[in-house]
Design a protein around this ligand. Structure first.
Ligand code: G6P
Length: 367
């Protein structure tokens, strides 16, 4: 079927707006009617038989894996290794007994990811994949392929596929936590109830668009933008910087907030906006100190946070983008929205080809 822009100026904006709907579909496909358990296709996965998870991907899908590492470690107590496919495939990494290898790919055809999968075939206990295209090579060569139900994604810069990948990876981490005795039946049901509130929270987050657009116009002339995040917001900062680079061609990089003092602080001046992605979680105080270090050097902070975070941040923040409150487990999925919108509106302000950025391809099937 031909996919159209449904009244949007670009596919990217349509795909950002679709997220509440497609994520709700993804959840419905994995969570039972009574919302007490997680159903996987086929034989599923026996997480009790596994002692290690190796996740491999490229680009945006790689950042989904980095985020999921936090969930698998914190919720399921499972050792996780994450790697970029082009590095993993040539490094000859040992794949030890009890390892499940998990490949994340929107297209299911990325050459490096497929090669990494073939490297693991016959070595790993299980080959798993999280894909958007169910008939793809990566899906076909996996023992178990988990679809993300995002629907066709046309914009080269991935948006809804990223948040659907995150949703399916979170469901897998919850499944692992339950199987490994970290969550009992009631605790799992409670988490699933929280997760089922995600589409509504995403809908609410869509209303920040005009404030993000204003901020995006103010950074559209910057030469460099720095993104900072801690904990699960760190991989999201990496994704935010990637999105901005891909479609607006503004140089951007991301650091874990705690690494600021080990290098990037030398770059801070009034010309480089610093985007801080930080819901008011347990680590927020530390983030406030990082912001103070930036502001003391005339750095301009764009703070993406909730009400409590905005209040605690105090004076001196240049721009604040106010997000709805959200359970910390879901924050990386919700905070993807302002990251995407910021890149989108900066690109529109600069007049670049949003859906077809120069030099990039939707699916990279050659090395
Ligand atoms: C290309 C696309 C990215 C994507 C990456 C991995 O570089 O431009 O948006 O994240 O490939 O693609 P995959 O289909 O494996 O998720």
């Amino acid at each position: 079927a031909r996919v159209d822009k449904a009244g949007h100026r670009h596919f990217m904006s349509k795909e950002i707006a679709e997220q509440p709907t497609v994520i709700s579909e993804a959840i419905a496909n994995y969570v039972s009617e009574e919302a007490r358990s997680i159903r996987l296709p086929g034989e599923g996965i026996d997480f009790r038989a596994l002692n290690r998870l190796t996740m491999v991907a490229c680009g945006t899908a790689y950042y989904a894996c980095v985020t999921a590492k936090y969930w698998f470690e914190q919720l399921a107590g499972m050792p996780v290794e994450v790697d970029i496919a082009s590095e993993f495939r040539y490094r000859q990494p040992p794949v030890t007994e009890g390892t499940a290898a998990l490949f994340v790919s929107q297209s299911g055809e990325t050459a490096d990811t497929l090669a990494a999968l073939r490297y693991c075939a016959g070595k790993a206990d299980r080959i798993l994949s999280v894909v958007n295209v169910a008939e793809s090579s990566i899906a076909r060569e996996s023992d178990l392929a988990l679809p993300i139900h995002a629907g066709a994604e046309i914009g080269v810069a991935s948006t809804k596929a990223f948040t659907c990948q995150l949703t399916v990876l979170l469901l897998l981490a919850l499944k692992a936590a339950h199987a490994r005795g970290r969550l009992d039946d009631d605790a799992l049901a409670e988490r699933l109830l929280t997760l089922r509130g995600l589409p509504a929270a995403l809908n609410q987050a869509m209303s920040i668009e005009s404030s993000v657009e204003t901020v995006a116009q103010r950074i559209a002339n910057a030469n460099d933008v720095l993104f900072l995040g801690r904990g699960m917001m760190f991989p999201l900062a990496l994704e935010g910087a990637l999105k901005l680079k891909e479609i607006s061609y503004i140089h951007a990089e991301a650091y874990a907030s705690g690494e600021l003092k080990h290098g990037p602080i030398a770059l801070i001046d009034e010309k480089m906006p610093v985007v801080v992605m930080a819901p008011s979680d347990a680590l927020f105080d530390k983030t406030v100190s990082n912001m103070q270090e930036v502001m003391a050097r005339d750095g301009k902070i764009i703070l993406i946070t909730d009400q409590a975070g905005a209040a605690a941040a105090g004076d001196g923040v240049w721009q604040t983008i106010l997000m709805p409150d959200v359970n910390p487990m879901l924050a990386p999925i919700l905070y993807a929205v302002p990251a995407q919108m910021l890149a989108y509106h900066a690109a529109v302000a600069r007049g670049t080809d949003v859906d077809q950025p120069r030099n990039l391809a939707k699916s990279v099937t050659v090395e």
